[in-house]
Design a protein around this ligand. Structure first.
Ligand SMILES: *Cc1c(COP(=O)(O)O)cnc(C)c1O
Length: 460
């Protein structure tokens, strides 16, 4: 029988109180932090949509796994369970645990990337980009043209532009390319999925030009869910089988298990190639730990092994995708421009279109994120000129980022339908206030990653 209501496919065993604050308090907290949302204490935030990374709720089985954790330094039971689940899921010969995604990226960059290299991708995530740049290589984003158009829906806006990829592989630069990296789903581009057809075409190109093919598979399960919903030939295939097939198209992967690992910490680096795996393990021992724990406790490995089983559950994925598409429907109903269709882990508001009266160098996304907090204690994050723009020298305006987005990311299994209804109500009130919102100016900023610690004040 079909029901309209898609329920949370879990009940609650352990609860945490939410902070309920007044508008006056919220203004006081933000003023105290010089209008930087990263400065807020978590007990000052009612619904925290800052990130979906490491913020999910573990299941009773995962907590039970925590108790089973075996803390043997080498060859622990927990490692064996982790290794078995990931070997079955990915099919890769060598599974290397790390403490989080960027540690996998750092090791990957250390062993495969040299000065002057070029690394093509659909879109590099910020830490991935930063790790390749730190190795003096050039990461290039070759997102398909549908992906570049924020407001027009298309099923697979995370796909890579295959013509551009082949042009690069077929150029004099071919010897500078150590591998092709596909990010599933594309976090930077709005959590948009990549089709299996696109992944297969990338594999074919990599075979033709003899290049390694790697996945940044942080959201492999959300990607598989969208494939099952949008790619005809995958309609009747189990989500886990789709995910398995995607991994098997590539030669290895990096994953932050703080996303689709259902973990609060953890990462993995995996390869088929023996020599690469050996090189990776040598770096791992220097920086993370012995190859059977790699910066994680036995109990973390055990909880992740269980999380990696639960994450491909169809009912969970349906609830998750529906929570976000529900928010997206409400936003559109209220006339808020958003990245369409809704992504797998977050709602992205296009602040440039929504607040045309605030120029990029006065941070329209930041203004919006502050107002969302002031209205209802909901914390979102600016992904625009404050985060990615280049500070202007000597009082000149900043060089703006390509987009001015505000991301409301949903932690996994942490919030219920009434929480999303509340967030929708905050968005509705936001629309009433939009013309009164003001730009911001920076009063202090560090040289790197300024959005985390910058001090700001509203324009008068
Ligand atoms: C989060 C993320 C990373 C980095 O992982 P951390 O665990 O935060 O270090 C890399 N790539 C993508 C696509 C991500 O979303």
């Amino acid at each position: 029988m079909e029901f309209k209501t898609i329920i949370e496919p879990f009940k609650i065993k352990s609860v945490e109180p939410l902070a309920i604050t007044t508008p006056e308090q919220r203004k006081e907290y933000l003023e105290r932090e010089h209008w930087n949302l990263f400065g807020l204490q978590s007990q000052e935030v009612t619904i925290d949509l800052l990130t979906d990374s490491g913020t999910g709720a573990m299941s009773a089985e995962q907590w039970a796994a925590i108790m089973r954790g075996d803390e043997a330094y080498a060859g622990s039971h927990s490692w064996q369970r982790f290794n078995k689940v990931l070997t079955e899921l990915t099919g890769y010969k060598h599974i290397i645990p790390t403490h989080q995604g960027r540690a996998s990226e750092k090791i990957l960059a250390t062993i495969t990337v040299k000065e002057g290299d070029i690394i093509p991708s659909n879109s590099h995530f910020d830490t991935t980009r930063a790790n390749f740049e730190a190795a003096l290589a050039t990461p290039v984003d070759l997102l398909c043209k549908e992906g570049l158009d924020l407001l027009t829906p298309a099923p697979f806006k995370g796909n890579i532009d295959l013509e551009k990829l082949e042009a690069l592989l077929n150029s004099d630069d071919i010897d500078k390319i150590p591998f092709v990296l596909m990010t599933i789903t594309n976090n930077t581009g709005g959590g948009q999925p990549v089709s299996m057809e696109n992944l297969k075409a990338v594999k074919a190109l990599c075979e033709k030009y003899n290049k390694m093919f790697l996945l940044d598979a942080c959201r492999f399960s959300e990607n598989a869910w969208f494939v099952s919903q949008r790619e005809d030939s995958y309609k009747d295939i189990e989500i886990r089988e789709i995910a398995k097939e995607a991994f098997r198209l590539a030669d290895g992967c990096t994953i932050s298990l703080k996303k689709d690992g259902f973990g609060n910490i953890g990462g993995v680096l995996a390869f088929n190639d023996d020599a690469l795996a050996e090189a990776a393990k040598n770096v791992l021992i220097l920086t993370e730990g012995f190859p059977t724990y790699g910066g994680l406790t036995g109990r973390d490995l055990d909880a992740l092994a269980q999380g990696l089983i639960e994450i491909t559950d169809r009912n969970y994925l349906e609830y998750r995708a529906r929570s976000i598409s529900y928010l997206a429907e409400k936003a559109l109903e209220y006339g808020i421009p958003i990245v369409q269709p809704a992504g797998g882990h977050a709602l992205y508001i296009d602040a440039k279109t929504f607040l045309p009266h605030i120029p990029p160098h006065q941070y329209p996304g930041h203004s919006l994120a502050c107002e969302i907090y002031l209205i209802g204690g909901v914390r979102a994050v600016e992904l625009g000129t404050l985060a990615f723009g280049v500070a202007g020298e000597d009082g000149k305006d900043d060089t703006p980022a390509t987009h001015e987005l505000v991301r409301l990311a949903a932690p996994r299994r942490s919030y219920t339908q009434s929480h999303f209804d509340y967030v929708a109500e905050v968005l509705e009130k936001l629309v009433e206030k939009k013309d009164t919102l003001k730009g911001y100016e920076i009063t202090y900023q560090p040289k790197l990653l300024r959005h985390f610690t910058a001090k700001l004040k509203p324009k008068t």
